[in-house]
Design a protein around this ligand. Structure first.
Ligand SMILES: Cc1cc2nc3c(=O)[nH]c(=O)nc-3n(C[C@H](O)[C@H](O)[C@H](O)COP(=O)(O)O)c2cc1C
Length: 416
């Protein structure tokens, strides 16, 4: 489903509003943050004083909208659809690009072509936060797509920040060896590509083919060296070069600023829909940013839940940027009985095991269980590996009690 149809679907479900009063790019992040903490609908800004297109945001800030976009209704049915799409994805359907629909600009001055949105107080530059980067692995020939934040510089340049497995691998095989890497950035692409851009697959998977399978064959790609899905609002074709600089600071989803040494990309061509609707994801701790990042971990957790009957539920709270898993386990299951592979899920750095009498969505309940049920030294495990940021690795707190039916373990409830 293309970007505009998805917005239309949300509008029909009463889940989207259009802002017609005049705003500037500077106002947009605050307006999104306000909507998220209220009704949390999709927002479309149509009257922007310093941009000549529309800006849409918070598309994926609510799980129901994500499920609905692919015809699912909850986590299990959503991940089942994703898994089905990976089974035997078809070859790409290719077609010529329709130049009636797009303005084509060579070597675009990016700050003139995209809304200049600065998301957090100390961000170094405007950022493109909704860019799904498409690249081909030179060894396997498979295409991979991932959200990568892009720090917009002067002229046609931006910094490129490949940190997660597939893109990092592709960058190491090319830029890392002093060679150029050709990429395409999809902004406002079809829903299937935007969802898969947040999920992780193996190097044997071609994520464009999976996107096509997930769309039930609806997606059509432009017949080019890097095939891009037609209907994408903006496509930036660029070359990442082995020329590095200090990117950031950028206000990231942990609620902390982040900086990295990163290569530069030069955009050689831009396709921009004539009635462009630019997608902006509020950078940092937004529902949409954290919600998309969370999908990768939820995908793995859902597989564990299907396989291990003692896992009753899992919750990745927004305040922990989805990097802490609150896991509800069957009575009698304590840390020593939990399968250790669970703790290999990348990016989840903290686990808290809970009994089913503890509500994982309530921070007060979780702190209660940690205070009263994680008493002994064996209830706290610290594993000294390093995560991608070079910070200390895993922490596990067993906040369960072995027998919640024993008198001194029963949770006191108000007498009714
Ligand atoms: C809004 C947003 C911004 C992201 N920015 C980056 C980034 O700058 N660098 C990065 O490596 N991953 C980033 N991610 C995470 C990856 O897109 C995601 O983990 C993806 O599944 C990685 O795919 P891969 O494992 O195939 O490489 C971002 C995710 C979102 C939702």
């Amino acid at each position: 489903m293309d970007f505009k149809h998805f917005i239309e679907q949300s509008r029909n479900a009463g889940d989207c509003i259009t802002i017609t009063d005049e705003v500037s790019c500077r106002d947009i992040p605050m307006r999104i943050a306000e909507e998220e903490s209220g009704e949390n609908r999709v927002l479309v800004f149509e009257n922007i004083s310093d941009y000549d297109g529309a800006v849409a945001s918070n598309l994926f800030g609510n799980p129901e909208r994500i499920y609905r976009s692919v015809g699912a209704h909850d986590n299990p049915s959503y991940y089942q659809k994703i898994d089905q799409a990976t089974q035997s994805p078809p070859d790409l359907a290719l077609q010529e690009m329709d130049d009636q629909k797009y303005d084509v600009v060579a070597n675009p001055v990016l700050l003139d072509q995209i809304p200049n949105i600065v998301h957090s107080e100390h961000d170094a530059t405007p950022y493109i936060t909704s860019g799904v980067v498409l690249a081909r692995n030179p060894d396997t020939g498979n295409h991979h797509i991932s959200y990568i934040r892009l720090s917009v510089l002067d002229g046609n340049k931006f910094y490129f920040n490949p940190r997660t497995p597939r893109m990092k691998e592709i960058a190491e095989l090319t830029v890392g060896k002093g060679e150029n890497l050709e990429i395409a950035v999809l902004i406002g692409g079809p829903v299937e590509a935007m969802l898969l851009g947040a999920l992780g697959f193996t190097e044997d998977d071609d994520e464009l083919k999976i996107a096509q399978a997930l769309s039930n064959g609806e997606l059509i790609f432009a017949d080019r060296d890097l095939p891009v899905p037609l209907g994408t609002e903006i496509v930036l074709f660029g070359t990442v070069e082995p020329e590095y600089g200090e990117e950031g600071p950028f206000g990231d989803m942990k609620g902390l600023y982040i900086t990295n040494e990163n290569p530069i990309c030069r955009v050689t061509k831009m396709w921009r829909c004539k009635d462009v609707n630019y997608h902006s994801i509020l950078g940092g701790k937004s529902q949409e940013h954290v919600g998309l990042v969370r999908m990768k971990m939820l995908h793995q957790l859902e597989h564990f839940k299907q396989e291990k009957s003692y896992i009753l539920d899992y919750h990745l709270p927004k305040y922990a940027a989805s990097q802490m898993c609150l896991m509800t386990v069957e009575d009698g299951i304590t840390l020593d009985k939990v399968d250790k592979e669970l703790f290999d899920i990348r990016l989840i750095e903290k686990f808290v095991l809970l009994n089913k009498d503890t509500d994982p969505t309530s921070a007060e309940d979780v702190l209660w269980a940690m205070t009263h049920r994680a008493n002994e030294e064996k209830d706290f495990s610290f594993v000294e590996t390093e995560n991608i940021f070079g910070l200390p690795g895993l922490m596990i707190i067993d906040a369960t009690t072995a027998d919640p039916t024993e008198w001194t373990s029963i949770r006191v409830k108000v007498f009714e």
